[in-house]
Design a protein around this ligand. Structure first.
Ligand SMILES: [Zn+2]
Length: 132
């Protein structure tokens, strides 16, 4: 996906219906978040949306519907403590995750995953805990 730090026009397709998502800003009709979390891409027909990298209009990943948002939340809740405790760096945790899932490091991002991918993250973290 192409994007830059300025407001370069981007077009973002909804992964569910393939229609063009629209770029919404805080206080515009249909803005999906309860506060100003920056610009968001949203597909009105699927109620799928995603935020952008800070200060840009580049989406953090693919638009997510309610189910996907739920699973991404759970995957973050499983994975984030691994690096938030400070014993391991975030990048080393993501390298481990990529290896565990058999994907490249650029694919090992929860923001790019569907519910199935998120469930694999949760299973991988659980397996790691069991091994100690
Ligand atoms: Zn859609």
């Amino acid at each position: 996906m192409v994007g830059s730090a300025d407001s370069a026009p981007l077009s973002v397709a909804c992964p569910y219906c393939q229609r063009q998502a629209s770029l919404l800003r805080w206080q515009e009709a249909g803005y999906p978040y309860p506060a100003d979390w920056g610009p968001a891409w949203k597909c009105a027909s699927c109620d799928a949306y995603i935020r952008c990298y800070y200060g840009t209009v580049t989406p953090l990943g693919m638009l997510a519907d309610a189910d996907t948002r739920h699973w991404r939340h759970l995957a973050h809740r499983a994975l984030d403590p691994l690096w938030q405790r400070g014993q391991e760096s975030r990048s080393s945790v993501y390298r481990w995750l990529a290896e565990e899932l058999g994907v490249s490091e650029s694919e090992a991002h929860i923001g790019r995953m569907d519910p199935d991918g998120c469930r694999k993250v949760i299973a991988a973290v659980a397996g790691r805990r069991r091994r100690g």
